[in-house]
Design a binder for this molecule. Sequence first.
Ligand SMILES: *Cc1c(COP(=O)(O)O)cnc(C)c1O
Length: 425
Amino acid sequence: MAVLENLTSQQAIDLENKYGAHNYHPLPVVLSKGEGVYVWDVEGNKYYDFLSAYSAVNQGHCHPKIVDAMTSQAKTLTLTSRAFYNDKLGEYEKFASDYFGFDKLLPMNTGAEAVETALKVCRRWAYQEKGIAENDAQIIVCENNFHGRTTTIISFSNDPVARKNFGPYTQGFIKIEYDNLTALEDALSNNKNVAGFLVEPIQGEAGVYVPSEDYLEKAKALCEKHNVLFIADEVQTGIARTGRLLATCGNCSCKDKNCSGTPQVKPDILILGKALSGGAYPVSAVLANDDIMKVITPGSHGSTFGGNPIAAAVAMAALEVVRDEELAENAFQLGALFREEMNKYIENSDIVKLVRGKGLLNAIVINDSEDSDTAWNICAALKENGLLAKPTHGNIIRFAPPLVMNKEQLLECVSIITKTLKDFE
Ligand SMILES: *Cc1c(COP(=O)(O)O)cnc(C)c1O
């Protein structure tokens, strides 16, 4: 259909509106090219990408090493299904297991699938290893969590928009306040049916809520005490985003080039997705040690595409980029600089209440009511000034650029952001 070549932005938007289900409300920008920290729209305007596809593109758009791995594998072998072995999967499983310090990896495709997988592993472990009576297992989750969009996952969400009219909901979840150790201890005490505690090290979607410094460590200790699996959803926080390989890496800033990436707070089950492929391909994974992963047996779980050779090749390249280009260290340095610069601005500003975050996962809270459209309007103005970001939950704007950014670029972005904000004072 030659008439569809070289669409204007408006034409592309109209097509999506007419023929696509309306499950998103995008900023009106139509992107057609990306490279590193930049994206371009169909009219050729260049932008800094400050969302990175929700932290999937940590390695930057179209990283040549990842694209090479993908195209060369795509020309050789794309999919075998797991009915047969392929020559890339085992190599990748060893590479990623060593990289994150676990015995085994279970490959899936999307983040939500990996969360579902972790829940299934946890439940099986509860019945087969912990000795909970069948169908009695409960998993503790946190208020304002975001773990994906499947029917089970939205069953334990408390976002009314994500839940309404999608019931009946899946049973077996206990919801407690995030960053509240007393609530966790209460939920664990006197309940022999608790199998796991599923938690985001930083609540990204909720608005980049960073818990108290010792929260994860103490939560892990409580789980250990009660023989409950600590399940970390690092789909958004993992792979260098927060200034370390994993957000569960304690206080490690990954300055040590020989750092094995072994977390100081080691989850029993680790869930990864998004940047595991550098945004090139849907790749997710669940990692655990043998004593847990052994509950998964042939036929008990699977995925046609999970562990396909392209995914394996892409994920290995994406993880190599993170290590070779020291992206955790860069995110650590630039994140500190970003918050420092933003705080200078906030001191004399009425429009921004605060900046918070870790590494290059940050957010500003706009000084207006949660149902105001100020944050949306600021994002529209940022777009006009060459920077793309999106509000999350009303008056909060998340800032998460690709981690391949350099200092000059970051400072230019700070000046775009502060100049734009000044117009809203
Ligand atoms: C994005 C995200 C998911 C879901 O990933 P999808 O690939 O969109 O299914 C799960 N958990 C967290 C913390 C996320 O940020």
